[in-house]
Write a protein that binds this ligand. Structure first.
Ligand SMILES: [Zn+2]
Ligand SMILES: [Zn+2]
Length: 268
């Protein structure tokens, strides 16, 4: 039997729309494994594991760290992280505090523009401990201050807009070491989407072990280019739907290839 896995899935622990248990339930008919890769948190894993046992889906512990490399934003996936490793826990605590501080600064900038929001306006559903600009944008939509999330970014929250606050930058080097120190496998996320394909060999030299070739926002040509580079560089190839909830991803839970240290998943 061919195992199918989705190696890039978000839950309400970060910015997904489904709770970890709901994600597992909706995956169980089609997939034998999913990796929970929430942004900057491993908070959703406990619930996912419990649901995984119930619905017979293997849960791969993962994370997606937002970081920067040479001024460019990049995302780093970490697979099989030991989510209780003290080093990981303290690093994530620092990231969480920095995110919170950034949100507070944005709320105060909005206040100066005559828009009064409080921390309590932010969604607190599920296991969420991580907030970002999309959550703030959503509140602005709900309060009818803007017409859409895109409008919120355009008017207030996008880079260079009046309520924008620069994020505290985690370097890619540091992100790789956070993953490795938690015994995880660092994989560069969606390099096509992030416009980082030309730099894969630099990433390999920095300790990256794999690359996410299959991603819904990659073109066929990008997938081909990434796969070719991965073979040349000896990086393993992963893929996933970057599922955030049906509303935010039209093609959830497709089977993807992933060659892992301990197990092989095959493309559907
Ligand atoms: Zn990403
Ligand atoms: Zn993602």
């Amino acid at each position: 039997m061919v195992d199918k896995a989705d190696l890039h899935v978000h839950t309400t622990a970060s910015d997904g729309l489904l709770k970890p248990s709901e994600v597992v339930l909706s995956a169980c008919k089609r997939l034998s494994a999913i990796a929970i890769t929430d942004h900057d948190t491993v908070q959703g894993l406990a619930e996912a594991r419990k649901a995984g046992l119930k619905y017979k889906v293997s849960i791969i512990p993962g994370i997606e760290l937002s970081c920067f490399w040479q001024g460019k934003e990049c995302h780093l996936l970490g697979y099989h992280v030991q989510d209780n490793a003290p080093g990981l826990m303290s690093s994530l605590k620092g990231i969480k505090e920095a995110r919170k501080e950034r949100m507070e600064k944005m709320i105060s900038k909005l206040r100066k523009l005559g828009i009064y929001l409080t921390w309590q306006d932010l969604p607190t559903d599920g296991e969420r401990t991580i907030w970002g600009r999309p959550h703030l944008a959503q509140v602005l939509v709900e309060k009818k201050i803007v017409t859409s999330v895109a409008d919120a970014f355009e008017k207030y929250l996008g880079r260079g807009r009046p309520a924008y606050v620069e994020r505290k930058k985690l370097t890619l080097e540091r992100a790789i070491s956070i993953i490795k120190n938690a015994a995880g496998v660092p994989v560069i996320a969606h390099p096509g989407k992030s416009k980082l394909i030309p730099f894969l060999s630099s990433f390999k030299n920095m300790g990256i072990e794999g690359v996410e070739a299959y991603h819904p926002e990659h073109t066929f040509a990008e997938v081909k280019e990434i796969v070719k580079a991965a073979y040349k560089l000896g990086l393993f190839i992963t893929g996933g739907s970057d599922f955030h909830g049906i509303e935010r991803c039209g093609a959830p839970f497709v089977g993807f290839i992933a060659v892992r240290r301990d197990r092989c998943f095959s493309v559907q």
